[in-house]
Design a protein around this ligand. Structure first.
Ligand SMILES: NC(=O)c1ccc[n+]([C@@H]2O[C@H](COP(=O)([O-])OP(=O)(O)OC[C@H]3O[C@@H](n4cnc5c(N)ncnc54)[C@H](OP(=O)(O)O)[C@@H]3O)[C@@H](O)[C@H]2O)c1
Length: 311
């Protein structure tokens, strides 16, 4: 393993895949309550845990706190040690570093825990400097409310500023959570993935299934419901060749599904995917991305097919 990884954050590099919990309560993007319920979500959680997933990513804003509350409730019912990551959202009235520890305290109450394993700044904001945000995060570590500190949606410059403030305080930046999938490879092209590896910062890949598109179940005639329909209207018409190639490659590996190929590709790139799941069937299928590996030639073929779509 990379020498630059500190012993405090090493645990995150040992996690191959996690489970995203944005769907757990969100009505606006994910239509929570339509087609899936708390009991489906509970089954998604239980199936993931039964199959060895030990890392859950939530946020205070997911379902306005419902995702954290459900996660807390489910955690009470298992004796497995589960790593929990949540996030601070820099709402425009949160203008001091103290707002960060106040927000984390409220998250801990919803999660019914005394500490989380990773606390992340959800998005950078011009209203709070990176330095002030990191001071607030350090206070959370000092209070014992989080084991490690991460950022999300930070570009290289912002990430290095965060890294430097923490380094001066002998703390390692654990992670940067960013959009990364076969249909969004900005982090490869702009050097962020390489820089994360160099610094020993774990790149956590969100939307690794491109919000369901990479499963192959959506087409221009059958677009995803809600806001995803508009967001992906253009892209949907172009992805067929990639979806076909993913099916072929999945067949080479004994019938792996598209979601499994998509997640395995992210893992092969050295990132930690956190697919969201609404029910047990999705969760179980996604766990099947583990325990095998795409060879380099197939990763290269997938890169080539994706390049033709997203340039
Ligand atoms: N830091 C950030 O700013 C940020 C932003 C976005 C996400 N995230 C995190 O990343 C996690 C994952 O990203 P995401 O939720 O945006 O997208 P994703 O993981 O790419 O896609 C999840 C969606 O795909 C569909 N799906 C999942 N597994 C499937 C399967 N096996 N077969 C068929 N359909 C399947 C489901 O939706 P349908 O069934 O409705 O299609 C599911 O809700 C989130 O839960 C959240 O924790 C963070």
């Amino acid at each position: 393993m990379n020498d630059t990884i500190s012993s405090d954050t090493r645990f995150l590099h040992a996690v191959e895949m996690g489970l995203g919990a944005w769907q757990w309560g969100d009505r606006f993007v994910w239509q929570y309550g339509q087609g899936y319920s708390d009991s489906d979500i509970h089954q998604a959680f239980l199936s993931s845990i039964a199959e060895g997933i030990r890392f859950i990513d939530t946020a205070e804003i997911y379902g306005s706190g419902r995702s954290e509350r459900l996660t807390g409730k489910f955690l009470k019912e298992t004796d497995q040690p589960i790593l929990i990551a949540t996030k601070f959202f820099p709402l425009p009235w949160r203008l001091t570093r103290n707002s960060i520890s106040t927000a984390l305290r409220a998250s801990l109450d919803r999660l019914q825990r005394e500490t989380v394993d990773l606390y992340q700044i959800h998005w950078p904001t011009p209203l709070l400097s990176v330095e002030t945000m990191m001071e607030g995060m350090i206070e959370c570590v000092n209070r014992g409310w989080t084991r490690t500190i991460g950022v999300s949606n930070f570009n290289q410059i912002q990430m290095i500023r965060a890294y430097s403030v923490l380094e001066r305080n002998s703390i390692s930046l654990a992670s940067n959570q960013v959009h990364y999938s076969l249909l969004n490879r900005q982090v490869e092209k702009n050097g962020l993935l390489a820089r994360c590896k160099e610094l020993g910062v774990r790149l956590i890949a969100y939307s690794p299934l491109e919000m369901g598109l990479l499963t192959g179940k959506y087409t221009p005639k059958n677009p995803p419901p809600g806001s995803r329909g508009g967001r992906y209207a253009n892209l949907l018409g172009k992805i067929e060749p990639l979806i076909k190639l993913m099916i072929e490659i999945g067949q080479e590996h004994g019938g792996k599904s598209n979601s499994q190929v998509a997640l395995n590709w992210v893992i092969c790139k050295g990132a930690l995917p956190i697919p969201g799941a609404k029910n047990a069937a999705q969760a179980l299928q996604n766990v099947g991305a583990l325990g095998w590996k795409l060879p380099d030639e197939e990763v290269a073929k997938l890169d080539e097919a994706s390049d033709k779509i997203i340039h």
